[in-house]
Design a protein around this ligand. Structure first.
Ligand SMILES: [Zn+2]
Length: 58
């Protein structure tokens, strides 16, 4: 294959987590979930629409 897809660990290492279960709640601006691959707590805001590790923001 010409291009190699990122592995799960590589995606997580790059900060591109994949939510396994989105938990509604909170203030409505933030969605919280847990990465299905590394299990890290992740969150996303309506503005950025990008999942990122929540631990660093704590
Ligand atoms: Zn992850």
């Amino acid at each position: 294959m010409a291009t190699r897809r990122l592995t799960r660990r590589e995606r997580c290492a790059a900060g591109r987590h994949t939510p396994a279960e989105i938990k509604e709640g909170g203030d409505g601006e933030i969605r919280r979930a847990q990465c299905r691959y590394c299990g890290a707590p992740i969150m996303r805001t309506q503005a950025t629409r990008i999942w990122f590790a929540a631990g660093r923001m704590a």
